[in-house]
Design a protein around this ligand. Structure first.
Ligand code: ADP
Length: 489
């Protein structure tokens, strides 16, 4: 076993339950490897239902005190956590690159972004306030309080191993909930590292727990989190398929549920667009994390008047992208996370070309770099029966569709069951308002490809999910509204 890249991670890691660093009851571990080269980075406990049950019990017991702490106390602990995460951001970013393959510069960007949520919720904690509502009778007073819901299960994906945990955990903790975190099996090391700083920041035992499980155990642990009566809610980011399973499993207990699922983001370039802005923003939106983000532009729609010019400018920049090991200087694109993703991207491109799509650049695995690399690809001649059109690609593949009118672009954009992010480029102010209104997505980027930040509500409509993360609305998933009527005054 190769231990940690640049000493970042030790050979055997532990999970964290009730303030104790702990192995699995079964004694089993599973390997975490670097997708750039297949080398094992570390092993982590392969926890199952019995471990998860202990974590839930601990979180429930810790909730009895944590819910009674003051917002000021919680704010200060979160701030200490934030400060420690900032002090150690370079170390965290190295671990993130080692287990996800993400270029180091991007990993650093993710850590800064993720940390901003911890800072945000440490500040927001003291701003959550109730209301007194005027009653229609003089003898009554109507009070509204926001109270923490209880233990929350956080199930997170591998594409943002730091930020997805920070965004959920900080929000939940800030209002007095306790958490059991189940990070993705591909990327548990970043999560474990973050929790080390949470411990140092002074969260009491049981307030923040992390259980690591291999893919074999993920479904059973997820089921327990959804069905156990001590868990008040679930927040999940991941595939729509798994989101649907969790929704079903939460139905019996009528659990609070936050879901951030897949998208199929349109990116529309209208003829009035500044093409240089459109190309640069499109590259950021598409190739961040090698296309493996739920807000990545998935279907490029370009108005016929500027189609050739846009494609030419785009391809000239795609040609220059540097792909390779995330630790190498100047690398902009890493590998895909695992074999399943590689096979999916390969299959999607094959499906498109077999139905008549034209490969302008790329179009094949880059196995000269490593087993999980795929060349940045541009396809044109896309039709609505191709998988690159109907499904989320989650890889470095741009598929471009030509359109004639605004109405046609909107119809194509909205012709799917999901609606997370949408982007468009236009210098026409009326069009900007019209199209923003008509796009069926939870988030819209206008002349901008990078839209997520701590201050803004992140989330989708249709089958892209439920609830919003970040912003002043980001605590709503974690609080109940308590109405108290004081009568006979
Ligand atoms: P992907 O397909 O991109 O890996 P998933 O939605 O499968 O995305 O994974 C996101 C998270 O959901 C991971 O933490 C994974 O372990 C977890 N997971 C996978 N299957 C289940 C399941 N049946 N129940 C609960 N969690 C699951």
């Amino acid at each position: 076993i190769q231990t940690g890249v640049q000493g970042a991670a030790s050979k055997y890691e532990k999970a964290y339950i009730n303030g104790q660093w702990t192995s699995a009851i079964s004694g089993k571990y599973f390997e975490v490897s670097n997708p750039s080269n297949g080398k094992v980075v570390a092993e982590v406990p392969d926890m199952g239902v019995p471990d998860a049950q202990i974590a839930i019990d601990s979180a429930f017991s810790a909730f009895q005190n944590w819910k009674n702490t003051t917002a000021k106390d919680r704010s200060q602990i979160l701030r200490r956590w934030y400060n420690l995460l900032v002090e150690n951001q370079s170390k965290i970013a190295h671990i993130l690159t080692a287990e996800s393959g993400k270029p180091l510069l991007e990993a650093k960007g993710e850590v800064v972004y993720g940390n901003s949520f911890v800072e945000w919720f440490s500040e927001l904690s003291r701003q959550v306030r109730g209301e007194i509502i005027e009653s229609s009778v003089p003898s009554k007073k109507i009070l509204i309080h926001h109270q923490p819901i209880g233990v929350v299960g956080l199930i997170t994906p591998w594409n943002f191993p730091h930020a997805m945990i920070a965004r959920k955990a900080a929000a939940a903790l800030s209002v007095g909930c306790t958490v059991v975190i189940k990070p993705a099996e591909d990327t548990p090391l970043t999560a474990i590292e973050m929790i080390k700083y949470a411990e140092e920041a002074g969260f009491p035992p049981g307030v923040i727990n992390i259980i690591t499980s291999s893919r074999d155990n993920a479904a059973d642990v997820g089921k327990l989190l959804c069905e156990n009566h001590l868990v008040a809610g679930i927040s999940f980011t991941g595939s729509t398929t798994v989101g649907r399973i969790l929704y079903r499993q939460c139905a019996n207990g009528i659990k609070r549920l936050g879901l951030e699922l897949g998208g199929n983001a349109p990116l529309i370039v209208f003829k009035s667009a500044n093409l240089d802005t459109a190309v640069d923003s499109a590259l950021v939106s598409k190739f961040r994390n090698c296309g493996q983000t739920c807000v990545a532009a998935n279907r490029f729609l370009v108005q016929e008047d500027v189609f050739d010019a846009f494609v030419e400018k785009l391809v000239s920049k795609v040609q220059l992208l540097k792909m390779g090991d995330g630790f190498q200087n100047g690398v902009q694109l890493g590998p895909l996370i695992n074999e399943q993703q590689l096979n999916k991207v390969t299959d999607f491109v094959h499906d498109a070309t077999s139905k008549g799509a034209k490969v302008i650049i790329g179009g094949k695995p880059a196995n000269y770099l490593g087993e999980l690399f795929y060349e940045p690809t541009v396809l044109t001649g896309i039709t609505s029966d191709m998988k690159v059109y109907t499904e989320e690609i989650f890889g470095p593949v741009i598929s471009i569709i030509k359109f004639k009118t605004e109405e046609e672009a909107i119809n194509i954009s909205n012709s799917c069951d999901v609606g997370l992010a949408g982007y468009f480029f236009s210098e026409d102010i009326s069009q900007i308002f019209r199209v923003s209104k008509n796009l069926e997505t939870g988030m819209v980027g206008v002349n901008e490809g990078l839209i997520s930040c701590a201050e803004a509500p992140f989330g989708g409509i249709k089958q892209s999910g439920l609830g919003r993360e970040g912003s002043h609305l980001g605590t709503e998933d974690y609080t109940y509204i308590k109405y108290t009527c004081i009568g006979n005054l």
